[in-house]
Design a protein around this ligand. Structure first.
Ligand SMILES: Nc1ncnc2c1ncn2[C@@H]1O[C@H](COP(=O)(O)OP(=O)(O)OP(=O)(O)O)[C@@H](O)[C@H]1O
Length: 686
């Protein structure tokens, strides 16, 4: 009896004979990968099946338990493969099934056909065939569901696995990944740029309801070292390997990895291209192991709703991973020599295999060696935890890579048995509200159903005694749940208002500090200009002392007019908390007036008041040396230089704090000067 023909997607379509097709189900608790590597020769065909991908939402619809979704893509043969004598296409595709049919003269030690089942199979061998899977098809099938999950608040991860040159980067990023035209191209763009474009499209659609924030980071792992692909190349630290640390609640994180907030697709795309270029430069500068490094592009999406809707805040993280080529790992698990080599070349990939094996066993308390490599440590949640994860295995159709292809397909098959439990990332309170809402909806639906049934036959006898008491129960439960929901919402609003008020307070404080510092910065700039213009003519210290002294709080309109009068007469008038100081810069004389003795209203003409003052000779202040003051000033100006242009990140407040501290230091040096009695006239080195 002939089995239905394999899709006529390959030139030499084969018909498999059911009589010789022996089926093996991958055991639920899969044995270690090593046990699957050699296909027993006693079977003419091997059918390797994994459990059907399950995706089960828990009753609260907040958690999703699902298998790691596995897809396989077959790329076209390249010229080298086509030119190898005797090389042939060994892959047949039948819907979600891949059949590997080794050539009869195969040296690989296996001549039996192998059948594998996956969630999706993409056949991209012959563009002219209607069955050809385009870049867009791959994105629509595996990229869009990940995006949907991310918008629901789930973490999501997609990683591409396969031997070098099998098409991982092509599928993930596209062709010519450093070129804008290709990254944006409808034909060649890979999953990552398409994902980013769609992400902004959706964010735009949701923006009337939600505030959406998007942050990206991009790094690579080579030889267990992490390099930030978006670090500023001007900084010498750009190629310094970064460290991973474990946060008690947030899990592993990379210390000092740059993260960039992006507001548009174009901005994001530029980061993507920058990272790709940095990756390319690094690979040629450091080694020729471009295929031996893993790259991870991570996107964090924050969504928050306004106060009147308590559906609130969600954060999800999407990791798009292009793994190192797996060719050396192929048979490493049953060959010790190879295994050693694999460890040296790529510990991460080897550990990934071990983690997948351990997770596939699905034993309770099974030890999974996540921490044995940087990659698995960082992807811990994606592999066996809170994430909806997909794997894209890429293979070549050529018989020249038969061993590698079989190894990749087995690896992918095993990965498919991993079950993750993803949670919506939200606060426990938000979760409670959502669960209560769902419960209210469920009860309402039940009540409605009973009501509908009883209204169909008005005789109440149609509802049995049991049913009637159930209806009563539902009514009571509904009232209770609604009141719990109401309470939870009230609490939420109260909590929100409190935190908002605190935030506003802090903001006002910060604004005050900022304004104060900005005024000091302005004053210093002006003072500096004056000094530069006439370095030796100005007694810079005295002038500066004047402008830096705190203004009196008793300042009034009257004081303002008084100050104006002083200034009209060429005098400098300054206040501190209790004293008014008037100085004549020409004669260097000054007068001090305690503010509590000052009664300006008595005077019709301030000039009379000024004349009547007791003028003293100004003695030159000493105390701080010129070198000390110059160095303080240089510090200040260095920091001031950094303030341009001010931007709104957290560093700004830090910077202001530093400026403030330096100014205080300078001020106290200045006051010491004033207390002693010698003038220091100096030239400011800027
Ligand atoms: N589906 C495809 N269609 C057309 N060309 C492809 C396809 N997949 C891969 N290629 C081509 O094959 C070559 C190798 O692909 P790619 O660089 O994506 O492999 P890779 O698995 O990422 O390799 P490595 O592990 O060395 O980084 C590239 O020239 C790429 O353009």
């Amino acid at each position: 009896m002939a089995l239905s023909p394999v899709k006529s997607c390959t030139p030499r379509t084969r018909v498999l004979s059911a009589a010789i097709l022996t089926q093996f189900s991958t055991p639920k608790a899969a044995k270690p990968l090593a046990n699957h590597i050699s296909t027993p020769e006693c079977f003419s065909n091997v059918f390797l099946e994994t459990p059907k991908g399950k995706r089960r939402a828990s009753k609260e619809k907040c958690d999703e338990e699902c298998n790691l979704r596995v897809s396989v893509r077959i790329r076209p043969m390249n010229l080298t493969e086509l030119n190898v004598v005797g090389s042939e296409d060994v892959i047949r595709v039948k819907e979600k099934q891949i059949i590997v049919c080794p050539p009869k003269n195969s040296h690989s030690g296996t001549s039996v056909d192998h059948t594998f089942n996956y969630d999706h199979v993409f056949w991209s061998v012959d563009e002219s065939s209607p069955l050809f899977a385009k870049q867009e098809d791959i994105f629509l099938t595996i990229g869009v569901p990940l995006l949907n999950s991310a918008f629901k608040g789930f973490n999501a991860c997609l990683f591409a696995y396969g031997q070098t040159g099998s098409g991982k980067s092509y599928s993930m990023m596209g062709r010519n990944i450093c070129e804008v035209s290709d990254i944006d191209s409808q034909d060649f763009a890979g999953i990552t740029p398409r994902f980013c474009k769609e992400l902004f499209k959706r964010a735009g659609e949701l923006q009337s309801e939600y505030t959406i924030s998007i942050e990206v980071s991009y790094f690579e792992i080579y030889n267990e070292k992490i390099h930030d692909l978006l670090a500023n190349p001007a900084q010498s630290s750009a190629r310094v390997p970064l460290k991973v640390r474990e946060h008690p609640t947030l899990g592993p994180y990379i210390v000092d990895l740059t993260s960039h907030t992006v507001k548009s697709y174009t901005e994001l795309r530029d980061f993507l291209i920058l990272g790709n270029k940095n990756r390319a430069v690094a690979s040629t500068a450091m080694n020729d192991f471009s295929s031996r490094s893993h790259s991870i592009f991570a996107i964090e999406i924050g969504q928050s709703k306004s106060l009147d809707d308590t559906d609130s805040c969600r954060r999800s993280k999407v990791s798009l991973v292009d793994l190192a080529g797996s060719e050396r790992l192929g048979t490493s698990l049953n060959n010790e020599e190879r295994m050693k080599q694999g460890v040296c070349i790529n510990k991460s990939l080897l550990t990934l295999g071990k983690c997948i094996s351990a997770l596939a066993e699905q034993k309770k308390n099974q030890f999974v060696p996540y921490r044995d490599s940087v990659l698995t440590w960082l992807l811990r949640e994606s592999l066996g935890g809170n994430s909806l994860t997909s794997m894209l295995a890429t293979i070549s159709p050529s018989s020249t890579h038969l061993d590698e292809t079989l190894s990749t397909l087995r690896y992918a098959c095993q990965a498919r048995t991993i079950v993750n439990r993803a949670r919506i990332n939200e606060s426990p309170h938000d979760r409670l509200i959502r669960e209560l809402r769902l419960e209210v909806e469920r009860l309402k639906a039940l009540r409605k159903d009973y009501e509908r049934r009883s209204s169909l036959s008005p005789q109440s006898e149609t509802l049995s005694f049991n049913e009637s008491s159930e209806v009563d129960d539902i009514k009571v439960k509904l009232v209770e749940t609604e009141s719990k929901l109401f309470e939870a919402q009230q609490m939420w609003e109260q909590r929100f208002m409190e935190s908002r008020q605190n935030q506003l307070k802090e903001l006002a404080e910060a604004e005050k500090c900022k304004a104060e510092l900005e005024s000091k910065v302005r004053i210093l700039r002006t003072a500096n200009q004056q000094v530069s213009l006439s370095p030796y003519k100005t007694n810079f210290l005295e002038e500066l002392e004047g402008v830096l002294t705190y203004e009196s709080e008793c300042e009034s309109d009257l004081l303002d007019s008084f100050k104006q009068c002083c200034s009209d007469q060429g005098l400098i008038c300054t206040f501190n908390s209790d004293t008014l100081k008037i100085m004549d810069p020409v004669t260097r004389k000054y007068a001090l007036v305690p503010l509590n003795n000052l009664n300006l209203q008595k005077y019709e003409n301030f000039s009379d008041y000024l004349k009547g003052l007791k003028w003293m000779n100004n003695s030159a202040p000493k105390g701080a040396t010129k070198a000390e003051i110059v160095s303080s000033m240089n510090d200040i100006f260095k920091i001031l230089g950094n303030l341009q242009p001010p931007d709104e990140d957290n560093n700004l407040s830090l910077l202001y704090a530093r400026v403030n501290k330096t100014l205080q230091k300078f001020e106290s040096a200045l006051l010491n000067n004033v207390k002693s009695s010698k003038t220091v006239t100096f030239h400011l080195d800027t």
